[in-house]
Design a protein around this ligand. Structure first.
Ligand SMILES: O=C(O)C1=C[C@@H](OP(=O)(O)O)[C@@H](O)[C@H](O)C1
Ligand SMILES: C=C(OP(=O)(O)O)C(=O)O
Length: 419
């Protein structure tokens, strides 16, 4: 447990860590390329470590060189892992590797931690079965552990439910060029978290593969396209940057985050714009963004495209006048924890008046008081509520090490505000 000391105003410049989403995609594209791929500045964290360990089990060699990782791509020829793959609670690793495993000839078993064993994946398995792949939830409960029987996935027309997670679609898109025939993926219902599909299409394009996106309802991928071996630099993580912007917002300070691409397709790069709607001033630089705090007012916003910064915004809402309502966030209930429930519990513990439903949360600030915050092993609970501690004396964060999932040195960088 750590205690966060209040601060008059957060000022300074902080470097964002590299992007979790880009890093875990880059590893897979590199593995499928024919030849050496140099990834400059990949993220080093639990979720990306699980991905690298899995690649090793598929027979893909990786080696570190100062801030880079060299991946020896095998052109789509994979060994079948001898041991079960363990991915902790890394959603990207579990979902992306499930389709990747279809490219290996034998049976691959995938599992994760207790929470991962409660996170659904049936919609993706159902899609793989449409190509004749045997893909099963071992306990028949739609969740990992899984067994995937790989070997020459056919492609063709696949129908995929879009409402639970965009990671299923990304998983299929990444591997589709290596299927036997052209692939068309038809999305049933509304596709959630579309900005993450943009990340997938962006990196696939950089590696030389074209996807035709028909209004996020149908995606067409021609077979026979191949990822090009190259040097690829991973950009900064916009979700991780949100905590520092929020620190400026809630304390009235001025914070610059560097190692960020302001033109990024990451949905969370728009988070400073959300703070601007609440009253902050923002300044967009070359590879940096600055937020200057100002008196904050509550807003109503659909955050379907920015699911990973909902907790950051919910904490900022504690210090705004009026109510903040966030909609379009039903799938937060199947992430590291049920994030709507976790937010409701912890914001209420701090004295806010909270209303929550299937896919929304509404926060009305109250008389705020200190508390020990439960993080439910969710990195984003720890990082978001650390921001609350800048303004409310006596906030303690339980199990702060859970930040290792995406941002292992978060508390060191947060500490720089006190120097
Ligand atoms: O594709 C990705 O890299 C991610 C997609 C999002 O998940 P959903 O599509 O399940 O919302 C996001 O929450 C997650 O942290 C990373
Ligand atoms: C939802 C998240 O992770 P994942 O789904 O990749 O486990 C996250 O990092 O907030």
């Amino acid at each position: 447990m750590i205690e966060i000391k209040p601060l008059k105003a957060a000022h300074g410049s902080v470097e964002a860590p590299s992007s979790k989403s880009y890093t875990n995609r880059a590893y897979l594209l590199a593995a499928l390329a024919a030849g050496s791929v140099r990834l400059d500045r990949p993220l080093f964290s639990d979720d990306t470590r699980y991905m690298r360990q899995a690649l090793d089990q598929f027979g893909i060699a990786c080696r570190e060189e100062s801030e880079a990782v060299i991946v020896e791509g095998t052109g789509g020829v994979l060994q079948t892992p001898q041991q079960e793959l363990h991915v902790g609670n890394a959603g990207t690793a579990m979902r992306f590797l499930t389709t990747f495993a279809t490219l290996a000839p034998g049976e691959t078993r995938l599992t994760g931690d207790a929470r991962m064993q409660e996170r659904p994946i049936e919609d993706l398995l159902h899609c793989l079965r449409q190509m004749g792949i045997r893909a099963e939830s071992v306990r028949g409960n739609q969740c990992p552990p899984l067994t995937i029987h790989g070997g020459s996935p056919q492609g063709g027309t696949l129908k995929l439910a879009g409402n639970q997670s965009s990671q299923y679609l990304t998983s299929l898109l990444i591997c589709a060029p290596y299927f036997q025939q052209d692939t068309t993926i038809e999305i049933l219902g509304d596709l959630t978290s579309k900005s993450y599909v943009d990340i997938t299409l962006d990196i696939m394009k950089t590696f030389g593969v074209t996807v035709i996106n028909e209004s996020y309802q149908r995606f067409r991928i021609a077979a026979g396209q191949r990822y090009r071996a190259q040097t690829y630099r991973v950009e900064g993580d916009a979700s991780s940057a949100s905590y520092f912007f929020a620190a400026a917002a809630v304390t009235g300070g001025t914070v610059t985050v560097t190692h960020l691409n302001p033109k990024s397709v990451q949905g969370d790069i728009q988070f400073p714009r959300v703070l601007e709607q609440m009253g902050c001033k923002i300044d967009i630089g070359d590879e940096k963004i600055t937020v200057k705090g100002n008196p904050l007012r509550g807003i109503t916003i659909n955050m379907n495209n920015m699911p990973d910064v909902v907790q950051t915004l919910a904490v900022v809402a504690l210090f705004a006048t009026g109510r903040t309502t966030v909609t379009g966030i039903g799938n937060l209930r199947i992430k590291e924890t049920d994030r709507i429930q976790a937010l409701e519990a912890e914001l209420t513990r701090l004295g806010a008046h909270v209303e929550a439903g299937d896919d929304f949360i509404s926060i009305e600030p109250g008389a705020l008081k200190p508390a020990a915050i439960e993080t439910y092993n969710d990195h984003r609970m720890a990082m978001s509520f650390a921001v609350a501690g800048l303004n409310i004396p006596g906030i303690r964060i339980k199990n702060p090490q859970c930040v290792d999932k995406s941002f292992p040195d978060f508390f060191d960088r947060f500490q720089s505000f006190y120097d």
